[in-house]
Design a protein around this ligand. Structure first.
Ligand SMILES: Cc1cc2nc3c(=O)[nH]c(=O)nc-3n(C[C@H](O)[C@H](O)[C@H](O)COP(=O)(O)OP(=O)(O)OC[C@H]3O[C@@H](n4cnc5c(N)ncnc54)[C@H](O)[C@@H]3O)c2cc1C
Length: 480
């Protein structure tokens, strides 16, 4: 891989395929285009040390299979995968494209292995995924490194520190990409530059002001890369590209409030919500903590916390919960009494005691069992706690502060089974899109673990293949 960063100039010869982005979708596109015989240049906004976008934080991809397959147990047939997608998206999905992704996921691991990706069985603590998800050995960082190594071996050129800020388009045809003063021409192009979750101004605009006059987005943390600013997405929308997905929505989970603003990754999750109660800044509960199993509910808590005053909340547990969940990286705030805990958190002491007193009195403890939807619930309490409701009464008491953590945004570019970008319903002949930038075609809302990588891998490869073909067609066009 030629790193042309040091020259500060665009390559003298235009390449066949230009790939914009440096995560899973971009790498799959670059590798596939190169395998198809095209010369490829990949432009990554980040420096080399931060390459790989949100992909570096991933752990697995969701795979269809009809029988046990190496690291995957039992079967996960096409129909079940499709039904899972249908359920989480509430029907906001394109069935043909979704099935394309699902089918591709059944055989893609052979190709991934050829490019150096290794798999391992599901990790303990990653509930219910041994059947559905193949885990990357070494995580997404190892996958990214393997793909870049393979790209280097195959002769893909890479330029880091090259955020593309605009394209030159002619009647829906790609001509060139520009990064500041630098201009890159190519016969075809793949856009794989992620969502806009790291663009705080855009998040602020999308979320607006709440009834308290607050801008909730100002208190969001970004779970992944700081480089997904959506610059190219905005450019494409302004240029008239067809869009898909709700511009005001993002996938959000409740994460440790002490997480860094960017790149906290998966270790910032707080997994004890269903074992205790969650209080807002006023010392009040605001949602049923025991509605369902945590893996099915963790993605709604980001939004719930976003609606609270100051966009902050505290998950409070007692000694009975310890050992029943994956502990966070940093210890929580601990106290031997509830008044002491309230004071340490800076919460209104009497309100906290009233809330917890009412909750404890409403618990109808029966047979506690955290592995099933048990019958420990509250009675005559609003909001209720439907399962795992045990009184918070055994010291030491622990609290973890929660903030909304944005995983990705849903807005993207509309496409079809050729991965072509569309303008007014017309497919571009040489401009393609892959990954989070088009995932909304398959995943209009909601999420099911591992499907982001399935979409990015399937469409990255389609886009790479199509871009290589389009480059050849452009050559013929120029010669004619
Ligand atoms: C903490 C976390 C954990 C996750 N875990 C999983 C998981 O286990 N399984 C799963 O399926 N999904 C997971 N996801 C979602 C997953 O990250 C995405 O579905 C997938 O990685 C998206 O790949 P991508 O290539 O589209 O985007 P990214 O990997 O984000 O890559 C986008 C790239 O574009 C570059 N870029 C941005 N703007 C520009 C520009 N203007 N010019 C040039 N380059 C630009 C960025 O630097 C980056 O390299 C997770 C996300 C997060 C945040």
């Amino acid at each position: 891989m030629q790193d042309t960063r040091s020259t500060g100039r665009a390559p003298a010869q235009p390449v066949d395929v230009l790939v914009i982005g440096g995560g899973n979708a971009a790498l799959c596109a670059a590798l596939t285009a190169r395998e198809a015989g095209a010369s490829v240049l990949l432009l990554e906004a980040s420096p080399r040390a931060w390459r790989g976008g949100n992909t570096q934080h991933t752990r697995n991809l969701r795979c269809m299979h009809d029988a046990p397959q190496d690291v995957l147990v039992d079967a996960y047939p096409e129909e079940e995968f499709w039904q899972d997608l249908l359920k989480v998206t509430g029907g906001q999905t394109d069935e043909a494209l979704a099935r394309l992704v699902i089918r591709a996921s059944s055989s893609v691991r052979t190709w991934m292995r050829r490019h150096g990706v290794h798999f391992q069985p599901s990790l303990s603590g990653a509930l219910h995924t041994a059947r559905t998800n193949a885990f990357f050995m070494g995580g997404g960082k190892a996958l990214v490194n393997a793909y870049y190594r393979s790209a280097e071996h195959l002769g893909v050129q890479v330029r880091y520190d090259t955020p593309v800020d605009r394209l030159e388009l002619q009647d829906g045809r790609f001509v060139a990409a520009c990064s500041g003063e630098q201009r890159f021409t190519a016969r075809s192009c793949v856009l794989a530059a992620g969502g806009f979750e790291s663009n705080r101004d855009w998040l602020r605009e999308a979320w607006g002001r709440d009834e308290r006059g607050e801008y909730p987005a100002d208190n969001f943390l970004i779970r992944g890369t700081r480089f997904n600013t959506g610059t190219l997405l905005r450019f494409m929308l302004d240029a008239g590209a067809d869009s898909i997905g709700d511009p005001t929505q993002a996938h959000m989970v409740a994460i440790d409030a002490r997480a860094p603003l960017y790149d906290g990754g998966i270790c910032t999750r707080i997994d004890c919500v269903s074992l205790g109660v969650v209080l807002n800044r006023d010392g009040e509960r605001f949602y049923d903590e025991g509605e369902d199993f945590w893996p099915k509910r963790y993605a709604i808590w980001g939004r719930l916390v976003a609606r609270q005053p100051g966009q902050i909340a505290w998950s409070v547990i007692d000694a009975k919960a310890i050992g029943r969940f994956m502990p966070p990286v940093f210890p929580g705030t601990r106290a031997q009494s509830l008044p002491e805990l309230a004071r340490s958190l800076g919460l209104p002491e009497q309100r906290v005691l009233d809330t917890l007193g009412a909750y404890n009195a409403a618990c109808r403890a029966s047979h506690f069992d955290h592995t099933r939807l048990d019958d420990c619930r509250t009675e005559a309490l609003a909001p209720p706690k439907s399962h795992w409701a045990l009184p918070i009464d055994t010291p030491p008491f622990t609290a973890y502060a929660l903030r909304p953590g944005v995983t990705f945004t849903y807005l993207g570019l509309r496409t079809d089974d050729t991965a072509a970008v569309r303008f007014g319903g017309r497919a571009s002949p040489n401009l393609f899109v892959a990954g989070e930038m088009m995932a909304g075609n398959v995943l209009g809302r909601g999420y099911t673990a591992g499907v982001g990588m399935s979409i990015g891998t399937a469409f990255g490869r389609i886009a790479g293949q199509r871009a290589a073909l389009a480059a050849r067609a452009e050559d013929h066009r120029a010669a004619a």
